[in-house]
Each structure stands twice: as structure tokens, then as C-alpha cells.
Design a protein around this ligand. Structure first.
Ligand SMILES: Nc1ncnc2c1ncn2[C@@H]1O[C@H](COP(=O)(O)OP(=O)(O)OP(=O)(O)O)[C@@H](O)[C@H]1O
Length: 460
């Protein structure tokens, strides 16, 4: 983490971290603490509440995980800390980091997120892990329905991506969680994000106890090593420009952000029809498919990830070279998180934001938020336009594929409904056991695309 390292003199040890954890940092290749870690660790060791604001990819996870692990080692206790995150993928990632840092002290984590089996999560909770990492909705489900599960003993509460967690859409769940936690006077609370709300009322909901605010960079700064650009194009040519840029950047790892699940799927199909190795990630996919897609991208089996904002916060995939905002984000703060998926931990990266005739106001808000004007991404329009026909054809195919996938889904839903109805009618009569139909949602698209393509090829 070149840029985030402070002077050689500051080491994890000199900040007061114990030997086991210093060794764990070394094993991860963390030679020196990052700026946010330098600031946060001593304050956390004094048991103070923290509001931590630092740029994307600057090591905030370590800044809250290390003091929690150090305290756990001093006073071992089950159900010691709760970490709340807005997305499921981020919960898994945080758990991996806790486990990597805490491997020598045998720390046990449980990830409690939606879309995964409740029963196996209940079993994991019954084993009383040290750290629970959860998305708010599923945690509330367990608090209400899993017998014997309580968080009354936790000593630490972390809200990662805190401004998002404190947003309206998590309000009801968060209030329920806060009500059953021990009072703030008997626990430490940490709020971390790259963008923090200034609204005092929102922060008060987290019921912090005289918190110390740590800001290691200018407000809402984007990373220096990130080369940000925009591209002003007519809305109708977004696809062809996207394909042209993907062509130019072949071999690089790229995340493309789109605003809806439908566009994400369409772009994934369109680009695949043109031979790119693309994988989509959006909220309408099953959780298993979401994790599968992400792992393919992380493992470099796919070079392009096309995603909605489920991937905009927190995901740490060091090899991402480029972020393309195909659709401009509706909230300017999301821009900071999206482009922060590249240029992490001192590496460099590029971002290109498409700005159409409809996006000018939103774009100006982004420039205002980051406090700078960005240069235009340079392209040769005539060269780009040579691709137009092929891109339009790939799009036409993609739309047909989407329609067929949707029809297949509807058909599947109807069959399932009918089956349920039959089972209900014949409740007294034992049904012959049918072989369970292969899960419909069985491709990495989450919409059975592969199956559909196979069938099509057969018909050819
Ligand atoms: N002291 C360190 N030295 C070197 N690398 C580090 C250090 N601390 C963390 N890292 C690495 O930096 C990367 C980014 O860390 P992390 O995911 O915690 O960033 P973040 O600040 O939470 O970013 P975001 O705002 O996007 O969530 C990770 O790969 C992590 O392993």
C-alpha cells in the first residue's frame, strides 16, 4: 500500500498491536499501517467510539478488525462483535479478512446474509461465533425467529459503509437491531465509510458515545492514482462506445456499472455475443450465482464484470484496472464508491463515466462533490462507428435471448404454481417421488442463459 503508508517509524507494533496480530499483518504483506489504521488503532485501544472517514481502498477494514481482534484476545468471549454491512458480498469479504487476521488466534466468524439457507445460518449461530457479520434484514430475521440467538453480550458494533447503513432503506431493521443490543455505554461503536453523512440526526441513530471523528483525507476525495475521465456521447451510441472501449482495453480487468438489472443482463449478453468474457452481477440473481459470478471475476476466469450498484461499495478486487460507468450514478456519492473499485491500496487505475444529453446535471453534481473537473476520454468517433452494425446485431440477439429467458422463467413459475396447487389438492394422497427438476436458475446469468443457448444450438 505505497501511498497509504506513513513514515517508516510507524509500525503496527509501535501503535500497540500485539505480536500475534503483527505477525498476521506481516503474513498478509501489510508492512506498515495505512493512514487510517495509524489514526484509528490508538483511539480504538482507548475504547473510544470512532467515526472513520477515509478514501476507498485505504484499509478501513483492518482499522476496525485489528482492535476488535486485539480486545478479543485479551478477553475471549463468544458473540463478541457485530459488523453490519449493506451488501452480502461485502459481508463475506469482511469475514475473510477477520479470519485471515485472526487465524493464529482461532477466531470464528458467521456470515448472516439474505439469499442463503436460514437453517445452516441458525446452526452457525448456535455454535456461538466470535464475530457476526451480517446484512441488517437477515439478521433481524434470525433475531426474531432463531431460538436462543441473542446479541445482548456483544462488546463491539461496526457499521461498515455506515452512511448507507444509516439510510432510510435500512431504517426499520436497524432500529430493531439497535434495540436488542447492549446499551452504547457498555459497547464500542465504529462507523466507517469513504463518504459519511453530515446529518447529525442520522448519526445520532447509531447512538455513539462521545465519538472521535477521524478524517484522513479531504472530504469525499477520490484516490490520487485514479485517472478519472468522462465521455460525452449521445445516449443511443452508449453500446457501441462501450464495445469499442472494451476492445481497446482487451486483457484488462474491467467493471462496468449499469443502473438496472435488465441493462446489466442485456449488456452481459450483448458483449458475450461479441466474444467478450463477461459475467453479470445484480440483485435478481440468486445469492449462489452472485457469489459464483464474483468468484469467476476475482479468479480472472472472466475479465469483465457488468454490475449494478450491489458491487459499488467495499468490494476489494485488487486487479481491477478500469471502472466504466455505462449509466451515470443517480447519487453522486455512489460515484466515489464505484470508481473506488480500482486504484486500491496504492495501485493505479482508470475510470470512464459516460455522460449523455440526459445526464449533464447529475454529472455536474459529481464534479462538484469531488471538487474537480475531469478530462474527456479520447476516442476516434469514426473508428468507433465502424462497429455500429455488429453491435446493433449483437444487441438485437441479446434482446431476443432476454425475451426467451423471461418466457422460460414465466413458464417455470406457472409449472411450479400448478405443482404446488396439485400437492395441496392431493394433500392426503402420497405423491410418487419425482426426480427434482434441475434448478432453473442454473447459469451464471441467474436466468438460465447457458441452458437456453445449448438448446438453441441443438436446434440449429
Ligand atoms: N496496512 C496495509 N498495508 C498494505 N495493504 C493493506 C493494509 N491494510 C489493508 N490493506 C489492503 O488494502 C486493500 C483495501 O483495503 P479495504 O478493503 O479495507 O479498503 P477500504 O478502505 O475498506 O475500501 P472501501 O471504501 O472501498 O470499502 C485490501 O486488499 C487490504 O488487504
Amino acid at each position: 500500500m505505497e501511498d497509504n503508508q506513513t513514515e517508516q517509524a510507524v509500525t503496527f507494533k509501535s501503535l500497540g498491536l500485539n505480536d500475534a496480530l503483527c505477525e498476521a499483518c506481516e503474513k498478509l504483506g501489510w508492512k506498515n499501517p495505512s493512514k487510517i489504521q495509524c489514526e484509528a488503532l490508538p483511539i480504538a485501544f482507548q475504547k473510544r467510539d470512532i467515526i472513520g472517514l477515509a478514501e476507498t481502498g485505504s484499509g478501513k477494514t483492518g482499522a476496525f478488525a485489528l482492535p476488535i481482534l486485539q480486545a478479543l484476545l485479551a478477553t475471549p468471549q463468544r458473540l463478541f462483535a457485530l459488523v453490519l454491512t449493506p451488501t452480502r458480498e461485502l459481508a463475506y469479504q469482511i469475514s475473510e479478512q477477520f479470519e485471515a487476521l485472526g487465524s493464529s488466534i482461532g477466531v470464528k466468524c458467521a456470515v448472516i446474509v439474505g439469499g442463503m439457507d436460514m437453517m445452516s445460518q441458525s446452526i452457525a449461530l448456535a455454535k456461538k461465533p466470535h464475530i457476526v457479520i451480517a446484512t441488517p434484514g437477515r439478521l433481524v430475521d434470525h433475531l426474531e425467529n432463531t431460538k436462543g440467538f441473542s446479541l445482548r453480550s456483544i462488546q463491539y458494533l461496526v457499521m461498515d459503509e455506515a452512511d448507507r447503513i444509516l439510510n432510510m432503506d435500512f431504517e426499520v431493521d436497524l432500529d430493531k437491531i439497535l434495540k436488542i443490543l447492549p446499551p452504547s455505554s457498555t459497547r464500542s461503536t465504529y462507523l466507517y465509510s469513504a463518504t459519511m453523512t453530515k446529518k447529525v440526526a442520522k448519526l445520532q441513530r447509531a447512538s455513539l458515545r462521545d465519538p472521535i471523528k477521524i478524517e484522513v483525507s479531504d472530504k469525499y476525495a477520490t484516490v490520487d492514482k485514479l485517472q478519472q475521465t468522462y465521455l460525452f456521447i449521445p445516449s443511443k451510441f452508449k453500446d457501441v462506445y462501450l464495445v469499442s472501449i472494451l476492445n481497446d482495453m482487451s486483457g484488462k480487468s474491467i467493471i462496468v456499472f449499469a443502473s438496472t438489472c435488465t441493462t446489466t443482463l442485456r449488456l452481459a449478453l450483448l458483449t458475450r455475443n461479441l466474444g467478450f468474457t463477461t459475467v453479470p452481477l445484480h440483485g435478481q440473481m440468486s445469492q449462489t450465482k452472485r457469489l459464483g459470478a464474483l468468484n469467476k471475476f476475482k479468479g480472472k476466469a472472466r475479465s469483465i464484470l457488468i454490475a449494478t450498484d450491489v458491487a459499488s461499495r467495499g468490494l476489494d478486487i485488487p486487479h481491477v484496472d478500469v471502472v466504466i460507468n455505462y449509466d451515470i450514478p443517480n447519487h453522486s456519492k455512489d460515484y466515489i464508491h464505484r470508481v473506488g473499485r480500482t486504484a486500491r491500496a496504492g495501485r493505479s487505475g482508470k475510470s470512464i463515466t459516460f455522460v449523455t444529453q440526459y445526464d449533464i446535471e447529475l454529472y455536474q453534481r459529481i464534479e462538484f462533490l469531488i471538487g474537480k473537473q475531469l478530462p474527456q476520454y479520447v476516442t476516434q468517433e469514426d473508428e468507433v462507428m465502424t462497429l455500429l452494425e455488429r453491435v446493433n446485431e449483437a444487441d438485437r440477439q441479446a434482446r431476443i435471448q432476454m425475451k426467451e429467458i423471461e418466457d422460460e422463467r414465466k413458464d417455470h413459475r406457472q409449472k411450479r404454481k400448478k405443482k404446488e396447487q396439485n400437492n395441496h389438492d392431493d394433500i392426503q394422497v402420497e405423491q410418487p417421488k419425482k426426480k427434482r427438476k434441475k434448478e432453473f436458475n442454473d447459469s451464471e446469468n441467474g436466468f438460465g442463459v447457458k441452458k437456453h443457448l445449448k438448446k438453441k444450438n441443438k436446434n440449429k
